[in-house]
Design a protein around this ligand. Structure first.
Ligand SMILES: *[C@@H]1O[C@H](CO)[C@@H](O)[C@H](O)[C@H]1NC(C)=O
Ligand SMILES: *[C@@H]1O[C@H](CO)[C@@H](O)[C@H](O)[C@H]1NC(C)=O
Ligand SMILES: *[C@@H]1O[C@H](CO)[C@@H](O)[C@H](O)[C@H]1NC(C)=O
Length: 486
């Protein structure tokens, strides 16, 4: 039997269709984010989306075949892809959809299984460029081989050929790509011979398209993105899981009540190296993390903040233990590392631990227009940042100094307006004290808001009743100004 159920979310109504024996079952199933529910996205009503798989050009453009099952493998420790034959993943690997860059795959699945899909590209309002396999192959190549320059063709060259084929399509020419959507789930575009041509295509050839990106610094790479904020969306990383058979278990696990949380504050990170090999650039995020870990390491027995590097006396923790510890803490730090975005934020929120954004520089806040960070997070502004940022911080990115590189911390400003809420402290040692004496009612309020927002960081290969990141991404695709250029 098929039944329809309506759910209300943010003053909008959602109709759920599903096979079920009673309405209650499907409401429960959708709330548990576990069952396959067909929800409608009001903003997508009447819109048709075509999934343009780059693989269709394989024959005409001479691309080798790419398979999401066999071309690359996801490392279970770091959740990033490596080439299939890499010793690191030879014996143990995760299914590709558990990799932190697998958002584009979830999106393609969700579109394809929805009522908004069309198989007629000419009838589509939106064309989603599905380059996931070649894109991830390239990332895997870079992870397995390092950032080397090579003369022979790399997977980056295959991706480039695919892009070159797209811009030859009549459908592309009709709008100069204005109704096309790209999803770049990694902040650095990768590297190699194809790097510059691909950046050039991303920034210039695709300048009218919508871009779903991992962090704000990508828009600074592309100067043409500066003026098109409504066609840029920062998406979160796919969170890790401690149960491969049930990737959403973390979201279904009830968060601990405040009085059961034994730790005040938790954070772990890799603090070394400070200098990018061969580049001679400081990784300010790492220096910042190290500084904060030293400052807070002695702040009390209920504060568990440290670096995981062996050289600094630390050690990495298994993922399950990280999740347990975050569930056991009231607050978890959210800090940038190699770049401004971090998968740990998705996991902190999944664990129901109040994120403490500390800066400058600040970690990326994905989907800032759709997630109520102000209600459930804490923001700390450290006025003496001279220990990790050597220049004076510029709070506005002036056009003449707009940075061009992902490692530039000057671009790592909060995405949400938080300066009216931010607690200003002179140094990092004072952070624990502020958190310890925060009004209990305020803490409980934040935990409540976090509980209702956390599923927005889950990724599912279909549209769900309560929101997942995929719903938000699809709604943004449907509401971005994608009309053809005149
Ligand atoms: C919770 O935190 C307390 C205090 O730090 C610790 O003793 C306990 O082992 C932690 N429990 C878990 C499950 O991590
Ligand atoms: C942090 O403080 C600086 C200097 O007072 C201020 O300009 C900036 O807006 C503050 N940033 C945040 C995120 O509150
Ligand atoms: C941090 O600031 C407080 C208050 O200004 C001061 O007492 C303390 O010595 C400072 N700590 C460090 C490590 O600078």
């Amino acid at each position: 039997m098929v039944c329809r159920v309506m759910l209300r979310h943010k003053h909008k109504q959602y109709h759920l269709n599903g096979r079920c024996t009673s309405a209650l079952v499907i409401v429960w199933a959708c709330l548990a984010v576990s069952a396959r529910c067909q929800a409608e996205l009001p903003d997508c009503e009447g819109k048709k989306i075509f999934v343009l798989d780059v693989a269709i050009f394989a024959e005409s453009a001479g691309l080798p075949l790419c398979s999401i099952e066999t071309t690359f493998r996801v490392d279970p420790i770091t959740n990033v892809p490596f080439l299939r034959e890499d010793p690191q993943v030879k014996n143990a690997f995760l299914p590709q959809y558990l990799g932190q860059y697998s958002g584009p795959w979830h999106l393609a699945q969700a579109i394809s299984g929805s009522q908004y899909v069309t198989t007629d590209i000419d009838a589509a309002d939106i064309v989603y460029v599905y380059d996931y396999c070649y894109y991830t192959w390239w990332l895997a190549f870079v992870h397995s081989n390092g950032r080397v320059q090579r003369e022979d063709a790399t997977p980056g060259d295959h991706l480039l050929k695919g892009y070159q084929a797209i811009v030859q399509m009549p459908r592309w020419k009709r709008s100069e790509g204005a109704d096309f959507v790209f999803y770049d789930p990694h902040p650095g575009f990768a590297t190699g011979r194809a790097e510059m041509p691909i950046i050039d295509m991303m920034c210039n050839t695709f300048r009218h398209s919508m871009h779903i990106i991992a962090e704000r610094s990508q828009r600074n790479v592309c100067q043409t993105y500066w003026t098109m904020a409504d066609k840029l969306l920062i998406a979160p990383y796919v969170p890790g899981t401690s149960d491969v058979a049930k990737p959403l278990k973390g979201f279904m696990t009830k968060t601990a009540p405040l009085d059961k949380r034994k730790a005040l504050l938790w954070f772990r990170t890799k603090c070394l190296p400070y200098i990018m090999e061969g580049k001679g650039r400081y990784v300010n995020g790492h220096r910042f993390c190290h500084h904060v870990s030293i400052a807070l390491g002695k702040a009390g027995s209920d504060v568990d903040v440290s670096c995981t590097d062996k050289q600094l006396g630390g050690h990495p923790l298994p993922f399950r233990s990280i999740m347990d510890r975050m569930r056991n803490a009231t607050f978890c730090l959210s800090m940038p590392g190699d770049s401004a975005s971090t998968r740990r934020l998705s996991e902190t929120i999944m664990a129901g631990c109040i994120p403490v954004f500390i800066g400058p520089p600040y970690a990326t806040m994905p989907m800032a227009a759709d997630v109520d960070y102000r209600a459930f997070s804490v923001f700390i502004n450290i006025s003496d940042y001279s220990g990790w940022l050597q220049d004076r911080m510029e709070w506005e990115i002036h056009p003449t100094i707009r940075p061009y590189h992902v490692l530039n911390p000057w671009t790592w400003l909060p995405e949400a307006k938080v300066d009216d809420l931010a607690i200003t402290v002179s140094n990092a040692s004072l952070v624990a004290g502020h958190l310890r004496f925060m009004d209990k009612k305020e803490v409980l309020h934040k935990l409540g808001r976090l509980d209702s927002e956390r599923q927005k960081f889950s990724f599912q290969p279909f549209i769900t009743g309560p929101f997942s990141a995929i719903n938000i991404i699809m709604e943004r695709m449907c509401t971005a100004r994608l009309e053809p250029k005149r």
